[in-house]
Design a binder for this molecule. Structure first.
Ligand code: DNO
Length: 405
């Protein structure tokens, strides 16, 4: 596989020169300065590509070329937005960048409740607590009907113990502080969204109002409708992908559960099968994010990798640990549910790009102001682990010297 790294552009504190030193070959990035819904011009793409190449690296993957909300909920201007998307795709291909990651998650790009959850060894991880997320939904966002919905939600979990989320939320309410409430808004809406070119920005003044307005757009959109809208989008762009040989690879929903009353359609093997079959073009493919998929207790990640490898155009190597109550955290890259060693065996082909994802925050990363989940030392450590795994697999493939007669 090609060793790539998610880099956030010229303002990223982690420089390309640093990445060369740690064995990175390809860069995963986006035009983070272009406002959502505008064309990525050929000039802007070329400029960034040349900057990356001047550092001795190549721009391997776009993550993400964002799909605007109107395409997802099927708004009146979706065709116009799809035309803009196609133009950006053509411009990317003209500059030689032909692997494009995107997602089809309504409103939120990904979600965690805790960005620096302490591990017993002193490092920290991203963490998702259902009770805190439900608290955010019911008492901070104050979404209509949220309490009733959570009362009926069965949290997917490996353990079979009962979980009464509303009782946990009420318990949490007794000890909740304004500081922790503020932190939850920061974690769920600002710090995890601002830097991924999604709907929210670090300097949004009224993020919760904005959030509610986005949720309103999905009134009446269920799973079937969202699937239809994804199919409509894919069918519309496939002719450009055929013409330019672009591989589209959708990122699974993170976490792979329905949240905030919104439909989610890239969570399970059945979901993935659905969109691959709905548009059976090899250019319609998957970003195999082992981390997102392993956060779903119902997902057998290795079986999914075997099934979907032929349509996988990009791999995210990370692994989650699910606690008996369903809450999850990011495990070490050599632990957790995803079995990354087995995945490396399944995915090992020279041209397939992979990147490590969501490394731990360790050894001073926490004071450097990196984007949530995108530490330097933690990711470098994970990258070294994965490089070791890949080197071992390669070594095992080599014919071993025969002993002399
Ligand atoms: C979070 C990432 C996501 C992902 C996008 C792809 O860390 O996995 O932001 O890049 O959803 O479109």
């Amino acid at each position: 596989m090609e060793k790539t790294w998610r880099w956030f552009g010229r303002n990223d504190k982690i420089t390309l020169a640093m990445l060369r030193q740690i064995g990175v070959e390809g860069i995963v990035t986006a035009l983070h300065d272009v406002p959502l819904g505008e064309v990525w011009t050929r000039e802007a793409i070329r400029e960034l590509r040349e900057y990356i190449e001047a550092a001795g690296l190549r721009w391997s993957v776009v993550e993400s070329l964002p799909v605007t909300e109107t395409i997802k909920y099927g708004g009146p201007d979706r065709n116009q937005q799809i035309e803009i998307y196609k133009e950006s795709l053509r411009n990317l291909a003209a500059e030689g960048i032909k692997t494009v990651c995107y997602n089809f998650m309504p409103v939120l790009d990904w979600a965690r409740t805790d960005l620096l959850h302490p591990n017993e060894n002193g490092s920290s991880n991203l963490y998702f607590s259902y009770a805190e997320f439900a608290y955010f939904d019911i008492y901070i966002l104050k979404r209509k009907g949220a309490r009733e919905e959570w009362g009926q939600t069965v949290i997917p979990r490996p353990g079979d113990s009962e979980r009464d989320i509303l009782a946990e939320v009420d318990e949490l309410r007794k000890t909740m502080t304004p500081e922790r409430e503020h932190e939850l808004v920061e974690n769920i809406v600002i710090k995890t969204q601002g830097f991924v070119s999604g709907n929210f920005r670090e300097d949004d003044e009224a993020p919760l109002e904005k959030f509610r307005a986005f949720l309103d757009l999905y009134e009446g959109i269920d799973k079937t409708q969202l699937r239809e809208n994804m199919k409509y989008f894919l069918e519309a762009i496939m002719p450009v992908c055929d013409e330019c040989d672009i591989n589209m690879c959708v990122h699974p929903d993170d976490p792979p559960i329905a949240i905030l009353g919104l439909p989610r359609i890239v969570r399970t093997a059945e979901d993935i099968r659905w969109f691959l079959n709905a548009v059976p073009n090899p250019h319609n493919g998957l970003t195999f994010c082992a981390g997102s998929l392993s956060a779903g207790a119902y997902n057998d990640v290795v079986a999914m990798a075997r099934e979907f490898a032929p349509r996988t155009h990009f791999v995210h190597l990370r692994s989650c640990h699910i606690f008996p109550n369903g809450d999850f955290t990011e495990a070490s890259h050599l632990g957790g549910r995803a079995d990354l060693v087995e995945l490396c065996k399944i995915f090992e082909r020279p041209t397939l790009p992979f990147r490590v994802d969501h490394g731990r925050t360790m050894l001073g990363d926490e004071t450097r102001g990196y984007n949530a989940g995108y530490s330097f030392l933690g990711r470098m450590y994970a990258m070294a682990q994965m490089q070791g795994v890949l080197a071992t697999l390669k070594h095992e493939e080599k014919p071993h010297p025969q002993p002399l007669p």
